[in-house]
Design a protein around this ligand. Sequence first.
Ligand code: CO
Ligand code: CO
Length: 369
Amino acid sequence: MNTKINSLQAIMRSRNLPLLAITAGPDLLYLTGLGFHVSERPAILLIPANGQPSLIHPELEAEKVKNRSIVPLSSFPYGETKETWGHVVEEAMKTISDDANRIGVISTNIRFLEMDLIHKALPNLHFFAADELFQALRMQKSEQEISSIKKAIQIAEKAFMETLKYIEIGRTEIEIAAQLVLNLYRFGSDAELPFSPIVASGPNSADPHAIPVERIIQEGDLLVIDWGASYDHYISDITRTVSMGKPSDKFTLIAKTVKEANTRARETAKAGLPCNEVDRTTRMVINEAGFGEYFTHRTGHGIGMEAHEAPYISADYSKPLEVGNTFTIEPGIYLPGEGGVRIEDNIVITDTGAETLTSLPRDLFIVES
Ligand code: CO
Ligand code: CO
């Protein structure tokens, strides 16, 4: 059987957890290779600590389940009549050993819809959050997962360099974002991008999570561009900053500071070091330069099938980094009303330290008019 399910079941046995329920989304995709949209039709994967998992799914997905699952599953299809769903869930729950008294769920994914169906099938089951267990599993990236992330980075970097040629005064943020999306597809991204690219110009670039608007690019603007590609369901998440013409002294200084913070973080990260130490190191560089109050978010987050997964490189996350962790380092300085700079790279922890997977230059990209 597939090693991911095997590893998960081994963790379950070691922690004495009899049963997990995973619903439509990245965790289900990760374990079974089956992508389900989150919709009014539930998909529930029941994983016992021993033996074959069961999948409750809409009948119309039966072909997909049969042909594309990467693990053996007992299939429990249900039809379009809602009244019959409960019965199908009951049948599936009968495959679970009688002494299971609790069921682990991913608290941020499961909905009342699925919890209610499970509860009605087995009213004595207690629900508990298994988020941490799952994060621990997904944080350990295999060679194959890392190679997909590398591919997603290559696609994203090519798409950015191509889009750079298109950036000029007079275009809008949305036009540039659209061009970037086009180039991501052109260079081989999966259709489902990890997120919509951010193109934030001028004062908008001081908002870390700005969405592109109709603002026209002007001389002297900074452009924060944050984008990623997806390859075989694994993603990249990169940010670079562009300057329209020669940057002011102030912008040059913040760009230099952010680059230094980014570099120090990447040099510091290694197996065994608590994540919040990496965050502290990054923050120290920016504090020392006098811009501490303008670095308003965490240093980074894990990447894999999702753009925001564990580990979190933040002050309140003290878990040590482990070999196989993949994550971003993305310090930024945002001067309200003026502009911002962010430099985001993608990292993997190896036996010898941290390998930076992204390769684009980290200085401001200067576009001459
Ligand atoms: Co990003
Ligand atoms: Co990010």
